[in-house]
Design a protein around this ligand. Structure first.
Ligand code: NAD
Length: 444
């Protein structure tokens, strides 16, 4: 495989992992971010996010001189042929995707494209269907404005949505289920596909809007599976069935598959909630009525507060009671707090007068940012502890929100006499009942 020159715009979860992995595969990568602090840390060899395995990949890439970091767009654009965009596309208040970071990246790139150049601009950010074709016109107009000759000949826009999961991002990048490349120009799509040659992935080459839609449809389907099993869990609870066994029985059917059928206190993260909301927005814009997708969000919002509802059955008045919360990140193996179920759970507990002692193995610093106003408002009533058992000291109850491995191997004696709400079904009810008042999700 020949080495290619790649710039990655945005060094967050997706940009840093993709950049490091491309460099590990032998390409020459420039990682760019507008966050100077982040770039300074990366240049010192520090990784600003928690992502298992990333340190090893990055270290090797740095040792081989295959990756460097900059805030200088001119340097990145001039010294690359492929420019991947991996900046955030958060939700706006109306649910639509905020494309201002993407637009700003296009502007900064266009500023440095000149006559004789040919740059392949690849969207790895999740962007609504239609964005790629719009980007082509937008960049063309920017180049025209600054007097570039034959502007449409100077670049091509490609969609290459990313499917990696935080916590398993390196593994997912290196062993993808599939790589999707969408472009109006098939030759250019082939050039982007060839960057992944070494991985020998299942490759799907298609047009721009179809590639963009594949990403939204995939995430929305997975979110639907979660809301579906949570709804089944709620019915199980009222009927004496055990949702974990129901899910196992369903998952043995290869048409269903066992994945994403774990009942719990809802999904969070930077992708599922925002991508489902953005697809709802797109559907409404084109005159659709996305009833199913709207229900997926509605079921999830309610599910997040299930642990508090369950706790109130056992301790109807929480004022002055101490509740330990284990797990703050939206899922294990990440420090990402975006849309984490722990957020509404802790806010609700504080509102009901409880004293909250929260613990997470890696997300505490990010959590302190998220709960800044609660820390100000509630003072000592919200404490972040350095380990799991300190959170339990003097606690009347425990809510397990995120299923980190260390919570599975617990000293059950420490839970004696407490109300334990297991929001992820990680413990065995028959064992737990010997130690505490135990409730889980969708199990008798
Ligand atoms: N996080 C995931 O698991 C995941 C998975 C698949 C796809 N995605 C998609 O990938 C995109 C990026 O997500 P993320 O989680 O990596 O975001 P992130 O917030 O972790 O990182 C985005 C980075 O872009 C930088 N940035 C913002 N504007 C910039 C600009 N104009 N120029 C250069 N850098 C800029 C930010 O400083 C930040 O470091 C989103 O569209 C997301 O939906 C995310």
């Amino acid at each position: 495989m020949s080495s290619k020159r790649i710039a990655v715009i945005g060094t967050g979860y997706v940009g840093l992992v993709s950049g490091a992995c491309f460099a590990y595969l032998g390409h020459k990568v420039i990682g760019l971010d507008i966050d100077e602090g982040k770039i300074k840390r990366l240049r010192r060899g520090e990784i600003p996010i928690y992502e298992p395995g990333l340190d090893r990949i990055l270290e090797q890439a740095l040792d081989r001189g295959n990756i460097e970091f900059t805030t200088d767009y001119e340097y990145a654009v001039k010294n690359s042929d492929f420019i991947f965009i991996a900046v955030g596309t958060p939700s706006r208040d109306d649910g639509s995707a905020d494309l201002s970071y993407v637009e700003s990246a296009y502007r900064s790139i266009a500023r440095h494209i000149d006559n004789e150049d040919f740059k392949i601009i690849v969207n790895k950010s999740t962007v609504p269907v239609g964005t790629g074709r719009w980007a082509k016109e937008f960049i063309k107009s920017l180049l025209k404005e600054k007097g570039v000759k034959d502007p449409e000949e100077r670049f091509e826009v490609v969609s290459n949505p990313e499917f990696l999961r935080e916590g398993k991002a390196v593994e997912d990048f290196m062993k993808p289920d599939r790589v999707v490349v969408g472009a109006d120009n098939r030759d250019v799509a082939g050039m982007v596909a060839s960057l992944y040659e070494k991985l020998q992935p299942a490759m799907l080459i298609t047009d721009l809007p179809t590639a963009e839609m594949i990403k939204y449809a995939s995430n929305s389907f997975l979110a639907t599976k979660i809301s579906f099993i949570n709804e089944i869990a709620n019915i199980c609870e009222k009927t004496g069935a055990d949702v974990t066994v129901v899910a196992r029985g369903m998952g043995l059917d290869h048409r269903i598959s066992p994945h994403f059928l774990n009942a719990g206190c809802g999904f969070g993260g930077s992708c599922f909630p925002k991508d489902v909301k953005a697809l709802i927005h797109t559907a409404k814009e084109v005159d659709g009525e996305p009833l199913l997708l709207e229900s997926v969000i509605e079921v999830n919002e309610r599910q997040k507060l299930k642990p508090v509802e369950k706790l109130l059955k056992h301790i109807p008045d929480l004022s002055g009671k101490t509740v330990a919360v284990w797990g703050l990140a939206f899922k294990p193996e990440t420090d990402d707090m975006r849309e984490a179920p722990s957020i509404p759970i802790i806010k609700q507990l504080l509102k009901l007068g409880a004293i909250v002692k929260a613990y997470d193995p890696v997300a505490t610093e990010n959590a302190k940012q998220v709960f800044k106003s609660e820390i100000e408002k509630y003072g000592e009533k919200l404490e972040f502890t350095a380990d799991r058992y300190s959170a339990l000291k003097g606690a009347d109850a425990l809510i397990l929100v995120t299923e980190w491995q260390e919570f599975k191997e617990v000293d059950f004696d420490k839970l004696k006499g407490k109300v334990v709400i297991d929001g992820r079904n990680i413990w065995e009810p028959s064992i737990m009942k010997q130690f505490c008042t135990y409730e889980s999700i969708g199990r008798p």
